[in-house]
Design a protein around this ligand. Structure first.
Ligand SMILES: Nc1nc2c(c(=O)[nH]1)N[C@H]1C(S)=C(S)[C@@H](COP(=O)(O)OP(=O)(O)OC[C@H]3O[C@@H](n4cnc5c(=O)[nH]c(N)nc54)[C@H](O)[C@@H]3O)O[C@H]1N2
Ligand SMILES: Nc1nc2c(c(=O)[nH]1)N[C@H]1C(S)=C(S)[C@@H](COP(=O)(O)OP(=O)(O)OC[C@H]3O[C@@H](n4cnc5c(=O)[nH]c(N)nc54)[C@H](O)[C@@H]3O)O[C@H]1N2
Ligand SMILES: [Mo]
Length: 685
């Protein structure tokens, strides 16, 4: 309790973001009045991003969903408020009717990703598991190729504690924009800079992070692999590679060296990368002079057809310069700390022989299903009509489905196309456990305020829906609907986890988040979880999986009719499509723009503020031109999310890797080519 009858609670931001920030929420008379950073959180250290501070506006937003709604006919915009009782009965009756019609639950599926990454939101997976065999989507649209690159080379997708980046002597940021997407990491980067440590940023876009760099290399998208190989060739010729590493814990050096010497030519590489050879040499000099070097590989780097091989080339550079397993150095990509927990709620009823489809090709594959066709879809923590490639296919799929239920806090583009929309609670309204995909801090998210109107958590909805199903058809669901959120958390905190965290019970985390001291400096013993226990430059599995055994560079050129590369990175003030409703963060005038180099615009008669038509074989969209002289002339850029028609231009293109760690290849969101012309008419924006 602070002054004035205010109560203070600990929350954790559950968004799909590097920070997973510790927050303090101030509550008066049951109302969230202010959110601050939790100073006890050792990674986020009492600071939040703008989106975090704006949570009171988000929670009480006039457009937040209050009640269950039903739309008839679907897509008509004619919404009717219904009671939870009606909603649960209508959904249950449909599920049971489909089960009777087809003799199984294979006509049912769900699509869930990253709206809220809290553990108890895995109740959605648990609920579907409790129905027995159903249609399940496998894959990851975000990080698949890079994860596989780590698995092939190092035996597991892990990386050092990001706090240790502060101890690096050189920091090289390959395609990450932490000034926008991982703001807390800047603290650790700045700590190193205070000691004079050089920071390099490699990015086709001159980002806010690039603006801070000591050396900025503006490369052509998808060419990082070639850059890493060119640097390696220079270092090899100058005898600057770490010979003990090659001797003791790296395998495949001979074929790798042969490839480097035969195929990598500095001048030709510089041309393709789009920078001077001097820039490549400068980077090589930095690696030769400074040790340990931290290589941070962002997710943007692997959103390309050759994304996995690109990450493997940077892995090779890290290993051959002796930077793996050295405190302060290493390869930073991501580490899913949740894997240390049992995640029991997602595994209700044990393994189920599901009918599997590709998450990254969901509507296309779902449309092909027969015996039975897909008829029922549950959408939670997900806005595919904004975030998926080839969004038009979603409209086709929805047309064939008999019932679409979306659980969300807002009327997203996907909710708008649903039959039933159920209001989700915000994380301030529920208990949860949160870990990060980046740092090692673990926190409890306390319920701080009562649910907003009739909103319910995904867990509460799973409990009530499975109970209703079992009332109507005893034994239909094996979901233990009697278990409370506290019961589920009890199962996660095993004696081993409690010991590692240094606490007696999970309730202790209400006093402060704690750090899980695991994988802080992986590979410090230079033993890898690969077949021969060495770092693999040469991956035998590659051939069988359709990529070369060595991290070879493969170029990609623009098709003639669509000469401009479209990059659609993340926006500072959104998380994907989220927060676009917050006017204070996302003013209208920003939301429909595409950035173009003045020369590219000029050659098409386009000036600042003109409406332009952006098009390719997949689709088209009308956007407002913003001239940006810092872009490469052949690159145009529009931030994803925010209600733009951008994903209708993005085909479902796949990365080279991803199957091993996520079940399917990832998405090459950044290998998209378009053309642009000045639009004759004004957009009805
Ligand atoms: N504010 C904010 N923060 C976020 C998110 C958000 O939406 N908004 N989303 C979260 C999520 S889910 C994710 S996955 C992360 C993603 O965050 P990041 O890891 O930063 O990834 P991206 O924004 O996809 O791309 C980062 C940079 O990669 C560059 N890039 C594109 N292609 C290449 C290339 O071939 N080589 C190089 N060197 N650079 C390239 C882009 O220009 C961009 O500046 O951010 C998380 N944090
Ligand atoms: N063009 C382009 N597209 C991209 C990318 C890109 O770089 N370019 N990046 C891709 C990446 S990296 C990612 S991670 C994906 C993200 O794809 P999604 O996970 O679909 O992203 P969001 O837009 O964050 O949608 C999450 C939805 O969940 C809702 N939500 C929030 N909390 C809860 C909750 O507690 N319960 C329920 N039921 N719903 C909740 C939110 O309101 C929101 O509508 O997008 C991908 N799409
Ligand atoms: Mo992501």
């Amino acid at each position: 309790m602070s002054g004035d009858g205010e109560l203070v609670f600990r929350n954790i931001c559950p968004r799909n973001c590097y920070g997973t920030c510790g927050m303090l929420s101030y509550v008066k008379d049951g109302r969230l009045i202010k959110v601050e950073g939790d100073p006890q959180h050792g990674y986020t250290k009492g600071r939040l991003c703008l989106k975090g501070y704006a949570y009171p506006e988000y929670v009480y937003h006039s457009r937040r969903l209050r009640y269950p709604l039903r739309q008839y006919p679907r897509g008509s915009g004619q919404w009717q408020r219904i009671s939870w009782d009606e909603a649960l009965t209508a959904i249950s009756e449909k599920i049971l009717e489909l089960n009777t019609r087809y003799g199984s639950n294979l006509a049912l599926s769900y699509n869930k990703f990253s709206g809220n990454l809290g553990f108890l939101h895995q109740a959605v997976e648990g609920m579907f598991n409790s129905f027995g065999p159903h249609t399940k989507a496998i894959g990851d649209p975000c990080l698949a190729a890079g994860s596989d690159a780590l698995v092939y080379d190092c035996g597991e997708a892990t990386g050092p504690d990001p706090e240790s980046m502060a101890e690096a002597e050189l920091i090289v940021i390959w395609g990450v924009n932490p000034a926008w997407t991982a703001v807390h990491q800047l603290h650790f980067i700045e700590k190193a800079r205070d000691r004079g440590v050089p920071v390099v940023v490699i990015d086709p876009l001159f980002t806010a992070t690039a603006a801070k760099a000591d050396l900025y290399l503006q490369i052509q998208p998808g060419t990082d692999g070639l850059l890493a190989l060119a640097v390696l060739k220079i270092l090899h010729e100058e005898e600057k590679l770490e010979q003990t590493a090659i001797r003791d814990y790296i395998s495949g050096w001979e074929p790798f060296e042969a490839y480097l010497m035969a195929k990598i030519d500095l001048e030709a590489a510089a041309e393709q990368i789009g920078i001077d050879a001097a820039g490549i040499r400068e980077l090589a000099v930095l690696y030769a002079r400074h040790h340990p070097a931290a290589n941070w590989v962002g997710f943007g780097v692997q959103r390309h057809a050759n994304g996995g091989q690109t990450v493997r080339a940077v892995n090779a550079l890290t290993a051959l310069t002796g930077n793996l397993g050295v405190k302060g150095g290493g390869l930073f990509y991501c580490y899913l700390a949740g894997q240390n927990f049992a995640q029991t709620i997602s595994q209700v009823a044990g393994p189920v022989p599901n009918r599997l489809i590709n998450f990254n090709h969901f509507p296309q594959e779902a449309l092909k299903l027969q015996d039975p066709p897909l008829k029922f879809l549950w959408i939670a923590s997900r806005n595919p009509l904004s975030q998926d490639p080839a969004v038009k296919n979603w409209e086709k799929l929805i047309a064939q489905l008999e019932m679409v239920v979306t659980v969300d806090l807002f009327m997203s583009q996907t909710a708008e196309k649903s039959d039933i929309v159920l209001p989700a609670s915000s994380h301030f309204e529920e208990l949860d456990l949160n870990t990060s995909f980046w740092h090692r801090w673990v926190g409890i998210n306390e319920p701080a305020i009562p649910p907003f109107y009739e909103a319910k958590s995904d867990l509460q909805i799973a409990r009530e829906l499975t109970a209703r199903l079992n009332e109507l058809a005893p034994g239909f669901s094996a979901f233990p609907s009697h278990l409370s959120p506290e019961d589920w958390l009890d199962q996660e905190f095993t004696p081993e986890i409690l010991r590692l965290l240094g606490i007696d019970s999970w309730q202790d985390l209400k006093k402060a988040p704690r750090k899980l001291p695991v994988h802080l400096n992986p590979w410090q013993d230079r033993v890898f979880k690969t077949g021969d226990k060495k770092f693999s430059l040469y991956t035998k599995e590659g051939k069988a999986k359709n990529f070369p055994a060595l991290p070879r560079y493969k170029s990609l050129s623009a098709p003639g009719e669509y000469p401009l590369r479209l990059l659609t990175p993340q926006h500072l003030n959104r998380i994907h499509s989220q927060y676009s409703t917050l006017d204070s963060l996302n003013p209208d005038e920003e939301s429909n723009s595409i950035e173009i180099h003045p020369r590219t615009a000029g050659s098409r008669g386009i000036t600042e503020g003109d409406w332009v038509s952006v098009y390719n074989e997949t689709g088209s969209g009308l956007l407002r031109a913003r001239l940006n002289p810092t872009l490469p002339v052949n690159v145009v850029m529009a931030y994803q999310g925010g209600g733009k028609p951008i994903n209708s231009l993005i085909p479902a293109l796949f990365t080279d890797m991803g199957v091993k760690s996520t079940g399917n290849t990832g998405l090459a969101f950044y290998d998209v080519f378009v053309n642009i012309e000045k639009s004759r008419g004004e957009a009805h924006a």
